[in-house]
Write a protein that binds this ligand. Structure first.
Ligand code: KG4
Ligand code: ZN
Length: 337
């Protein structure tokens, strides 16, 4: 089985083609995975501008589809399905991806699959490793922070979610406050490397409280207050604040995952989404999983942030179960799992 995946829900225009032998439960193979990151378009605004993102998707997508087909050495006629992110996300971008996928599916008479972006992250780990259902999932991205049990494609139980901000947003805000550039997560991680994680005592919202919900707004405010008091041109202080912030996030995520593992024991803890690219946080979660007799599994770094391969893979998993969507599917700006 061979499926194309199109991702346009935020600021990455991405197309991939993945394949997996039919019938069994094997891992997949990525034949092409091309991403155009709209960094230059959004950098001077310090964040993603939805209208600019939608136009950039429109300008780039056709070329990326051609590029992916060429890299995979395949033809649209050889595909078994065409998947696109159907939401949640910035609606202008999602419409561009969905309309393109529908048009290709219609013209070439292929199944069309509208994939929930969060399901793309949730199943991405199965593209490169054999991970059996059900598993416990920590989904941490720019727009989401949730703990879920993944029973299978389309089958999730939510154990907890953030009551205010997403963790990736908190990384981005911290980077902006400290003038580290955009996107914020990788910049904070890089800067934190030379810092003292114990220098700043920051609040750990929800820490040691029952349940699996998250909260990050108090931490965001505390980072802003600390940043305002930093001496000018003190690179060490900036590094110390980044390291302290990252450690605090690690404490909170580990604490919430510990509760989830106690509530729903699972041999596997999976972490996915853009923030899962953070090596320090992966290390913390690995320690936590081991302490609970579980194994941490995370997708390769490249598949943590938004990409087409995870959308293609989620589409393939659904197609394998005989599911597909009709061409009157309407893009969904909000679409909880
Ligand atoms: O999954 P993703 O690419 O897009 C959404 O679905 O939101 O996640 C993007 C988020 C951004 O907030 C970005 O700053 C964060 O993931 N991120 C990181 C790292 N790389 C990306 N956060 C912490 N450390 C990183 N290395
Ligand atoms: Zn994402």
């Amino acid at each position: 089985m061979r499926v194309m995946g199109i991702e346009t829900s935020c600021d990455e225009t991405a197309v991939a083609i993945v394949e997996a032998p039919a019938g069994t439960e094997p891992v997949g193979r990525i034949l092409a995975n091309v991403v155009y990151s709209q960094l230059t378009e959004h950098r001077r605004f310090g964040g993603v501008v939805p209208e600019i993102a939608a136009r950039a998707h429109l300008e780039r997508l056709d070329g990326l589809v051609r590029q992916a087909l060429a890299e995979a050495g395949t033809d649209l006629a050889d595909l078994d399905g065409i998947a696109a992110t159907g939401g949640p996300g910035l609606i202008g971008g999602v419409m561009v991806g969905v309309m393109t996928a529908k048009a290709l599916a219609f013209v070439h008479d292929k199944p069309f699959l509208a994939v929930n972006h969060l399901e793309g992250h949730a199943l991405s780990v199965r593209l490169t490793e054999t991970v059996a259902f059900p598993y416990l999932l920590l989904l941490v991205s720019g727009g989401h922070c949730q703990l879920l049990t993944v029973h299978g494609p389309g089958a999730f139980t939510r154990l907890g979610t953030t009551i205010d901000d997403a963790v990736g947003e908190c990384f981005d805000k911290t980077a902006k406050l400290l003038d580290l550039g955009f996107p914020g997560g990788p910049a904070v991680e890089r800067t934190a490397k030379g810092g003292d994680p114990k220098r700043f005592a920051l609040p750990r919202p929800m820490w040691r409280k029952p349940g699996c919900d998250f909260s990050f707004s108090g931490l965001k405010t505390a980072v802003r207050q600390a940043a305002e008091k930093l001496p000018v041109d003190d690179a060490q202080a900036v590094a110390d604040l980044c390291a302290s912030f990252q450690r605090t996030v690690g404490d909170v995520l580990a604490d919430r995952c510990a509760n989830a593992l106690a509530l729903e024991p699972s041999p596997t803890l999976v972490v996915a989404g853009g923030v899962a690219a953070n090596a320090y946080l992966r290390g913390r979660l690995e320690e936590l999983a081991t302490a609970h007799g579980a194994t941490l599994v995370a997708p390769p770094i490249k598949l943590c942030t938004d990409n087409g391969a995870m959308i293609a893979w989620a589409g393939l998993e659904r197609l394998r179960l005989g599911k597909q969507d009709t061409l009157d599917f309407r893009p969904r700006p909000r679409w909880p799992l």
